[in-house]
Design a protein around this ligand. Structure first.
Ligand code: GLC
Ligand code: CA
Length: 544
């Protein structure tokens, strides 16, 4: 089985170096449209989130990441920003944001915003100016090119949302680049004015007190000089989505992106402990470059999507993923793990309830900052979206390919009352079939619920340094059981996850004895040396 590099441990007597909050903390992603509606329009808003802060703080997380709340025509539900320094009227206003932030801080919760630097809405005043004439001072803030000599778009780049990455604009007879929707025009990060304007955006929010940012599609931010054609993807097959027609060799992950990261980081660090999380989908060695180097630091946490993307969910595959990720981390790079998002199918939908409980234990016992997506703590599974209720532009533009993201964006279920307590009106997306039985109120009252499990796991993680900042070792997979140890000095825990629906004998590491069952994913279990089907356990260990 894969072995892990040993992470050196400080001597037990030395006082531990102060760790930044995110190394022990847990991030909770809120999708504002779908958390809580306060004004009966069927769409969540900031005031709704404020009213639910006690729920979030009682859950036991440390920071909230809010998907975009900025003014936007909502072509991509806020990832098309029309004003980087405001709040969309449907979500509230700046005063409501300030109040939310102050109340969150008062409860010990931090707030991260979603920064979307790669592209703006085509309704952003910058783009409106840019498209107005070829000589406008903001022309070069976006990426404009003449068509190819024989006609057609300037190069072969394809949009992540399907079709060409280029849109012809008759007003000035040129094409502009858009890596996503045509309503999302890519900014030109080679232009120093764009960089300066975007740094000002970050300052604007840091000055208001926000605790950091999740940086949207960060690896897209700058393109190769000259915009050469991308190589065709030899593995492309129709049905994959047109984004996969070409390899994004020249349109993403350019070396200069790390200079941008360095500038963001320097600014964040100048404000104290502010966190930058980068959204980056790249193979491990490339992903790790986004941590930067001591001479040129990058973001604090390049999102690790290995669990979201795992092609096989079994003990061996996961042991390999954990070991490979840990081994690839640069010196001093703090790990992180993501198990759900507004872009990905829900984990409980993929695995079912029993294994989703095991997955919760995995997420909350691995070494590194976990990001938990709203609703996963209720075990929300697949929500079927009837065709007439599909809203995701990615699905609408390329129907039938299974690219829809609405299923993960359905509203939170708070109780069994009208519209699940989410709204006084019909919600913008359906709630799903099981909301009357799978909601916060029901699970609050059930000691064995998924919600209760999440709360206990979060509390156990918080109370035990071994399970948050501690070392990770002895990752192994054996007979469908994934196990690893977390330790801090003489404090040691064994995590054993039975990933099959058959009983398994627990193999203990050499020289280790079980001192205590800390928690099982199955309520009411006592430990007898075996793992029940689909059972995960945290065991406190002694060593002889
Ligand atoms: C990110 C967002 C996704 C959005 C895309 C374009 O991947 O998470 O929702 O569609 O960027 O901004
Ligand atoms: Ca609302």
């Amino acid at each position: 089985m894969p072995s892990l590099p040993e992470h050196p441990e400080p001597a037990a007597s030395a006082s531990p170096p102060a760790a930044p909050w995110w190394e022990t903390g847990v991030i909770y992603q809120i999708y504002p449209r779908s958390f809580q509606d306060s004004n009966g329009d069927g769409i969540g808003d900031l005031e709704g989130i404020r009213r639910r802060l006690d729920y979030v703080s009682h859950l036991g997380v440390d920071a909230i990441w809010l998907s975009p709340i900025f003014p936007s025509p909502m072509a991509d539900f806020g990832y098309d920003v029309a004003d980087y320094r405001g709040v969309a009227a449907m979500f509230g206003d700046l005063a409501q944001f300030d109040r939310l932030l102050a109340e969150a801080h008062a409860k010990g919760l931090r707030i991260l915003l979603d920064f979307v630097p790669n592209h703006s809405s085509t309704q952003h005043p910058w783009f409106v100016e840019s498209r107005s004439s070829r000589t406008n001072p903001k022309r070069d803030w976006y990426i404009w090119r003449d068509g190819a000599p024989g006609g057609g778009p300037p190069n072969n780049w394809t949009s992540d949302m399907g079709g060409s990455s280029w849109e012809f604009d008759p007003a000035t007879g040129q094409y502009y680049l858009h890596a996503f929707l045509k309503e999302q025009a890519d900014l030109n990060w080679r232009n120093p004015e764009v960089r300066a304007a975007m740094m000002d955006v970050l300052r604007f929010w840091f000055d208001r007190g926000v605790d950091g940012f999740r940086i949207d599609v960060m690896w897209h931010a700058i393109k190769a000089q000259g915009l050469p054609d991308n190589p065709p993807n030899p593995d492309y097959a129709p049905g994959m989505g047109e984004k996969y027609k070409v390899l994004q060799t020249h349109s993403t992950d350019q070396p200069e992106v790390h200079e941008i990261a360095r500038d963001f980081r320097a600014l964040a660090d100048s404000y104290g402990e502010r966190l930058l999380v980068g959204e980056i989908f790249l193979p491990l060695p490339k992903l790790m470059e986004y941590y930067g180097t001591p001479a040129m630091p990058g973001v604090h946490l390049p999102f690790n999507f290995q669990l979201l993307e795992a092609p096989h969910w079994n003990a061996g595959a996961l042991a390999r993923i954990i070991a490979d990720y840990e081994a690839a981390l640069p010196p001093g790079g703090w790990p992180n793990w993501v198990m759900g998002s507004h872009d990905a199918p829900r984990i409980a939908g993929k695995l079912g309830e029993a294994q989703a409980r095991v997955a919760a234990m995995l997420l909350l016992t691995l070494r590194g900052t976990p990001t938990l997506y709203q609703g996963d703590e209720l075990g929300i599974g697949v929500v079927e979206i009837p065709p007439d209720r599909i809203r995701d532009p990615q699905d609408l533009r390329q129907p039938g390919l299974g690219l829809g993201r609405d299923g993960a964006r359905t509203p939170m279920r708070w109780d069994a009352g009208a519209h699940a307590g989410f709204s006084a009106a019909e919600p913008w997306l359906p709630l799903g079939d099981d909301w009357r039985t799978r909601n916060v109120a029901v699970q609050d009252a059930e000691p064995g619920s998924m919600l209760a499990l999440y709360r206990r796991l979060l509390a156990i993680r918080r109370a035990n340094p071994a399970l948050n900042r501690g070392t990770l070792s002895s990752v192994a997979a054996d007979q469908d059981v994934l196990r690893y140890e977390r330790s801090d000095g003489s404090d040691r825990f064994l995590i054993a996850l039975n990933m099959t629906s058959a009983e398994r004998q627990l193999m203990l590491p050499e020289g280790a004895d079980v001192a205590e069952l800390v928690i099982s994913t199955i309520p009411g279990r006592s430990f007898d040396g075996r793992l029940a089907p689909d059972e995960g356990v945290i065991l406190r260990m002694t060593h002889h």
